[in-house]
Design a protein around this ligand. Structure first.
Ligand code: HEM
Ligand SMILES: *[C@@H]1O[C@H](CO)[C@@H](O)[C@H](O)[C@H]1NC(C)=O
Length: 361
């Protein structure tokens, strides 16, 4: 390994001399990537594995699965009682966690990320939370999330029932999130993750049924569409944890319905409809916090420099064809739903399922 100590001597405009020490630059042996810290080097290979072999370069099913996995792993944590080690990879290390009903469907992505961690010699916790940041970088509109590495291997599983259920009432969901250190409005910010994803097991007859018309894009469209009045069940519902959705093929979680309309969160929810920048910024802060639950950040290394910037999302949310403001459930009591949004032209869309990506044996 080559270590270049760079010292830049700069002269200020006042004519005083300063010696400015630029952080040591490390050239990683694998491919010459320059990083600020040796601890980031293994993640250069992790990153290329993920982009090429796991995500296939798209914000598709595997990217969504990893981001869900990051939440399921990290939320096994409490600031009040011992519920587990938080963002520590325990969801991979301790198979009992995959028997928790909230983790249904995560088996395959767990195997994939476990293999990446093993092959590249990084901890499972690092592999999950680094992978979530890389996954987001493939989703148009997603922010760069500050990304640390150096988590030790987990030494115990998370307790059961730390992950909210889609059928839980608002008070239960908010109390669980508060117990992990998140306010209801921070939860709303985190739920921006649902803008890219789909469901497989709440209604197993329609695997890949998206939560909005633009899965694969991290955008405020999700916050608009969850406020549209529900009229139908896209599959053979109703199912426990399912609410009526506004469009054929689109799936609405009961918990998203609830958070969009609860008086404690409705105005934050509505504020994200017309402000993608705000939504992405609030998500980035909350997500970075999530991936550090139970970790001592002083022992970790910031490798955010390895996270690519995502392409931009559509600049403004739009009403799906045939929908407009009268179809909105006005839930925020102190300000009206934005009046400036356009409606797409054409017949009512049918939302297509997200195709599966990996075959796990
Ligand atoms: C109140 C809190 C939450 C509840 C009740 C909840 C519930 C669910 C449920 C039931 C699904 C569908 C699973 C399936 O059937 O395939 C899902 C999907 C997903 N969740 Fe959440 N979730 C919550 C919060 C979060 C958070 C905080 C994140 C990330 C920061 C997240 C990320 C995702 C993603 C990306 C998907 C899509 C997965 C895919 O497309 O395969 N969720 N969530
Ligand atoms: C969006 O939110 C940002 C950050 O709070 C704010 O500075 C900006 O004015 C908002 N933009 C709109 C169009 O409301």
């Amino acid at each position: 390994m080559l270590l270049l100590d760079l010292f830049a001597v700069t002269t200020s405009f006042l004519g005083l001399f300063f010696i400015k020490t630029v952080a040591a630059q490390i050239i990683c042996p694998i491919d010459g990537t320059v990083v600020n810290n040796f601890a980031c080097c293994p993640f250069v290979a992790v990153k290329s594995d993920l982009l090429a072999n796991v995500f296939d370069g798209t914000c598709g099913a595997n990217a969504a699965a990893v981001i869900r996995l990051a939440f399921s792993d990290a939320i096994g944590f409490s600031i009040n009682t011992d519920k587990g080690g938080g963002a520590d990879g325990s969801i991979i290390t301790f198979p009992v966690e995959l028997t928790f009903p909230q983790n249904v469907g995560l088996d395959c992505i767990v195997k994939i990320i476990d293999n990446v961690a093993g092959e590249r010699g990084v901890s499972r916790g690092d592999a999950i939370h680094f992978a979530a940041s890389i996954a987001l970088s493939l989703c148009p509109g997603a922010p760069v999330v500050q990304t640390f590495v150096g988590r030790p291997e987990a030494n115990r599983p998370a307790a059961p029932n730390t992950i909210p259920n889609p059928f839980d009432p608002a008070n239960t969901i908010f109390a669980r999130m508060q117990d992990a250190g998140f306010s209801p409005t921070e939860l709303v910010a985190l739920l921006a993750a649902h803008s890219i994803g789909s469901q497989h097991d709440v209604d197993p007859t329609i695997p890949g049924a998206p939560f909005d018309t633009t899965p694969g894009s991290f955008d405020s469209q999700f916050f608009l569409e969850t406020l549209l009045r529900g009229t139908l069940f896209p599959g053979d519902g109703p199912h426990q944890g399912e609410a009526t959705s506004p469009l054929p093929g689109e799936f609405r979680l009961q918990s998203d319905f609830t958070c969009a309309r609860d008086p404690r969160t409705a105005c934050t929810w509505q504020s994200f409809v017309s402000n993608q920048t705000l939504m992405a910024a609030r998500f980035a802060t909350a997500m970075a916090k999530l991936t550090l639950l139970g970790q001592d950040v002083l022992t970790l290394t910031d490798c955010t420099e390895l996270i690519p910037r995502s392409p931009p999302a559509a600049s403004q949310a739009v009403f799906p064809a045939t929908k407009s403001r009268p179809d909105i459930d006005q839930a925020c009591a102190i300000s009206l739903f934005p009046s400036t949004l356009k409606t797409l032209v054409g017949p009512e869309p049918t939302v297509l399922p997200v195709p599966p990506q990996s075959v796990c044996i």
